[in-house]
Design a protein around this ligand. Structure first.
Ligand code: NAP
Length: 247
């Protein structure tokens, strides 16, 4: 059991990559905090994980666009599990549009959900992590944060920002036993990708050396490694899981 007795909070874990991370980590002995915006969905996921795994599974619904909600999510998680070892900043959205048509609302929604939440959540775990002299923060960035993408200026700005944030946190807290790394997935089969037109996806797949989309498990297994003691000398890195898309 690579994560036995570790306590892991995964934002946006009611579906997609976040849910896959919850399964992989619980299967390796971790206690898990499930999180999303929908109370019923959170409850259903908690119940189904509780039936499958022997570890402690709890869940909270909070909109992480709001700073205070993030502080409360961390507080509730620590109250429920007594401490936190790993924070996975995974929740994210897209509001794609060409810049010429992009509304201020589309820009702000993505910045608040994808980037402001990473600041708020990371700030909330900092004091407990400093006190226990350990903690791992894993930020779900994107290949788009490394390469940019037409029609995703808002999303790319958040994902690139997460990478710079990751490096800064690694430098600020490296000597205090806190690690911070980012993952840059390519195109992974989830609800987020389901919204893209088929012909656009076909073009994307042709540009990927592996010639296929990634699976949620491709990403969750890297999270498992980064959350485990095996990654103890890795910090400030952005690791791609993209079938070679960004080489
Ligand atoms: N799929 C890809 O190809 C891909 C590629 C690169 C990076 N990523 C990144 O990986 C992460 C997960 O992506 P995914 O494809 O698994 O997404 P997804 O299937 O759309 O799931 C998104 C998750 O985030 C939660 N969420 C969204 N807005 C929230 C908010 N304001 N407050 C709280 N929770 C919120 C959702 O909760 P609700 O169910 O309550 O809405 C859901 O659990 C994202 O950061 C995404 O940018 C994905």
């Amino acid at each position: 059991m690579r994560l036995k007795d570790k306590n892991i909070l995964i934002t946006g874990s009611t579906r997609g990559i976040g849910l896959a991370i919850a399964h992989v980590c619980a299967g390796e002995g971790a206690n898990i905090v499930i999180h999303g915006t929908n109370k019923e969905k959170v409850k259903d996921i908690v119940n189904s994980l509780q039936q499958r795994y022997q570890t402690k599974i709890v869940g909270f619904d909070y909109d992480i666009k709001n700073y205070d909600n993030c502080q409360n999510l961390v507080k509730d998680s620590i109250n429920a599990l007594t401490s936190l070892d790993v924070l996975v900043n995974n929740a994210g959205i897209t509001r794609d549009n060409l810049l010429i048509k992009m509304t201020e609302q589309e820009w702000n929604d993505v910045i608040e959900t994808n980037l402001n939440s990473v600041f708020s959540m990371t700030k909330a775990v900092t004091r407990p992590f400093l006190k226990q002299k350990s903690g791992k923060i894993i930020n779900m960035s994107s290949v788009v944060g490394l390469m940019g993408n037409a029609g995703q200026a808002n999303y790319a700005a958040t994902k690139g920002g997460m990478i710079a944030f990751t490096k800064s946190i690694a430098k600020e807290f490296g000597a205090k036993g806190i690690q911070c790394n980012a993952i840059a997935p390519g195109f992974i089969k989830t609800d987020m990708i389901d919204t893209l037109p088929d012909d656009y996806l076909d073009t994307i797949i042709k540009s990927i050396p592996a010639r296929k989309l990634g699976s949620t498990d491709d990403v969750s297994k890297l999270v498992l490694f980064l959350a485990s003691d095996e990654s103890s000398y890795i910090t400030g890195q952005t690791i791609s899981v993209d079938g070679g898309m960004n080489i």
